[in-house]
Design a protein around this ligand. Structure first.
Ligand code: HEM
Length: 308
């Protein structure tokens, strides 16, 4: 006779009981085995994920929020700079404040400025795809070509950035100019290291250098969300942020130092034999994801959307 949840080829105590003994007590024991008490299911569903899973979940959650914020940045660049290029209304670019911006007649300067900004959108977009694990696994050739595009465009954006600051003279202030230049130098270093380790097929080293290069390329995006977060905290206190002030310089330096430091801690947590290290890092990344989301939303609402 069939019982719910008991299939025929399972040496069921119910069938044993029926065929050999036939007692109520045996049947009750068999029923308990076949349908364990519900509280076991409840405990299983409340159990916390293991520390390695928590670490990976924290990293994934942060990456999802960063992706949303970076896509908003890419949409702004494509609409604002791409729109001006498409319509030919380059003077309209100055509707938004820039350091120097569009200067009528300055063909070289305008080309560098526009090229820098448009390619910045491309490198940000390409960088996001490099980190999607499914893409790496299923289409390794796309990963390789997109990687070449990312590293190549990163070099061009960085070199035009140097030109804008140190040749065109688009300066915000000594502190932040030195900070973005150091950020740029590190992009060049880690882009070359990532490229060389990829050529050697040294996947572990390549992963570390490529992630560093990716975070450094996104230094300008971190700067924008960092300024927004600082503004959210300081503006209600009546403190204004100016380009030469300590807050701006601190956020400028923090925009590439903090992400690099967090990445190094993440690498250490991955290798650590201690469960609490993985749990702490996974939790920290989860909290940083909320900060990233808040900064990105504020940048989209107050910085990018109003000028579109
Ligand atoms: C490789 C990563 C970089 C990205 C993704 C990037 C992105 C951008 C974007 C989108 C803009 C236009 C912003 C706007 O006007 O709203 C911009 C402007 C600028 N960038 Fe970069 N940048 C990068 C690296 C650099 C570096 C390394 C430097 C300097 C060493 C630099 C210097 C500048 C300057 C001076 C401007 C302002 C130009 C002006 O307003 O006249 N950038 N960047």
């Amino acid at each position: 006779m069939p019982y719910p949840g008991v299939n025929d080829d399972f040496p069921s105590p119910i069938r044993l009981a029926e065929s050999q003994i036939g007692g109520t007590r045996v049947l009750a024991v068999a029923m308990v085995r076949a349908f364990p008490p519900r509280r076991h299911h409840v405990n299983a569903s409340l159990r916390l994920p293991s520390p390695p899973r928590l670490l990976s979940a924290g990293a994934t959650f942060w990456f999802v929020t960063a992706t949303l914020g970076q896509l908003a940045f890419v949409v702004f660049i494509a609409a604002f700079f791409g729109g001006a290029l498409a319509t030919g209304d380059l003077a309209g670019l100055n509707a938004k404040p820039h350091v120097t911006g569009y200067v009528p007649g300055d063909i070289v300067g305008n080309t560098q400025f526009l090229g820098h900004a448009v390619l910045a959108g491309l490198v940000t977009f390409a960088g996001l795809w490099q980190l999607v694990p499914a893409l790496r696994r299923r289409w390794p050739a796309v990963h390789r070509w997109n990687g070449r595009l990312f590293l190549g465009v990163a070099l061009v954006v960085t070199l035009t950035g140097f030109w804008l600051v140190w040749v065109r003279g688009s300066r915000l202030g000594t502190g932040s100019d030195l900070s973005i230049s150091l950020n740029g130098l590190l992009i060049l270093c880690f882009a070359v290291l990532a490229w060389r380790s990829a050529l050697r097929r040294d996947v572990a080293t390549h992963r570390r250098h490529a992630l560093r290069a990716w975070l450094l390329v996104n230094g300008v995006w971190f700067l924008r969300i960092g300024i927004m977060l600082a503004g959210l905290v300081l503006t209600p206190l009546g403190i204004k942020i100016d380009y030469q002030g300590a807050t701006f310089i601190l956020v400028s330096v923090g925009s590439w130092v903090v992400p690099l430091a967090v990445l190094e801690l993440y690498f250490r947590a991955e290798r650590s034999p201690h469960a609490w290290v993985k749990t702490a890092m996974g939790t920290a990344l989860g909290l940083l994801a909320f900060a990233t989301l808040a900064g990105s939303l504020a940048a989209a609402a107050f910085m990018w959307w109003p000028v579109l």
